[in-house]
Design a protein around this ligand. Sequence first.
Ligand code: SF4
Length: 59
Amino acid sequence: MQVSIVPGCITCGVCESICPEVFTVIDTSIADNSQIPGNEDACREASKACPVDVIVIQD
Ligand code: SF4
């Protein structure tokens, strides 16, 4: 799995609240792909929960 953030993040913090191991929100959301193993379901949940749909997951 690979997680990327496409332009348009509104820094709402939802992804970080769902999966703080992978997502860090400062000026935009940043995904630490090294932390994905074991957090795949939370990453998918964060992607679905993102209000502007900028979290892209590739399996
Ligand atoms: S949920 Fe989406 S809009 Fe909100 S901080 Fe994360 S990437 Fe940005």
